[in-house]
Design a binder for this molecule. Sequence first.
Ligand code: PMP
Length: 310
Amino acid sequence: MALKQSQYIWLDGEFVAWSEAKVHVLSHSLHYANSAFEGLRAYPTDKGLAIFRLQDHTKRLLNTCKMSLLKCPYDEKTLNEAQVEALRKNSFAPKTSVYIRPIVFVGYGVMGVYHLNSPISAAIAAWEWGAYLGDEGLENGIRVKISSWTRNSVKSMMGKAKVAANYLNSQMAKCEAIEAGYDEALLLDSEGFVAEGSGECFFIVRDGVLITPPSDNSLESITQNTVIEIAAALGVRVERRRITRDEVYIADEAFFTGTAAEITPVREVDSRTIGEGKRGALTKRLQEAYFDVVYGRDSTFARFLTFIKD
Ligand code: PMP
């Protein structure tokens, strides 16, 4: 998916032209993959663009920094304001959703694995980005392959950190799935239970109950949490428990959740049709409710929105 360029990127406290937001090739993070990042979306509402769960994403960014021993030079308030400013400063086509990518990274000046003497930088970019797994996928569901890759073990990596280093595992799983003709990968943990997708969390539906794994082996997903809250508001029972591969095959419905993926139905896993092979009824209900929340049409969840107009 080609990147849709906007005009300005926030880089260490200043807005610079998109094409000027550059780093040195010897920047530490480029070599050793310790960089904390986030992915947020802002949706066009009746009152202009609104960032969805900005404060929660910024908290997770700073938690990732803490876990990964990155001394972020900017506090929560500064980062929140800079993200709002990044949307004000750029112009976007009306009625499009915007993706925001803050990143805290180890800069240029020191080489070798030990990074604590290296300078730390931060950047925030924002650009127009449509459905991550395609509009078709949102509507009709996608085809998923259980990955031959195991999700990073909690014994050697930190799944609760949204740190670049975790994403080699995601990339290998995603490429394997795409090369095999599927749309997305579902990774199991080292015990064989469902962990997460390459960039999403995972839900199944059985007998009207929504089931999603605990965050033992996955990111603490903000969309997963939102879906759980929406389900509670709709009176849908939610269980957080481990799911096995065979249970996925016989689920009535399945879907992925993520800021980029939103709620993407899964219609097939490893050549087993899930339910009726299309977006399930509960998935559709949750999807509609989710879009009502993010587009500001549901006042119950208005607290999740940060409007960017003055
Ligand atoms: N797991 C992984 C590995 C991810 O990269 C993402 C996307 N940030 C998610 C889950 C979903 O998290 P969220 O709902 O907070 O975007």
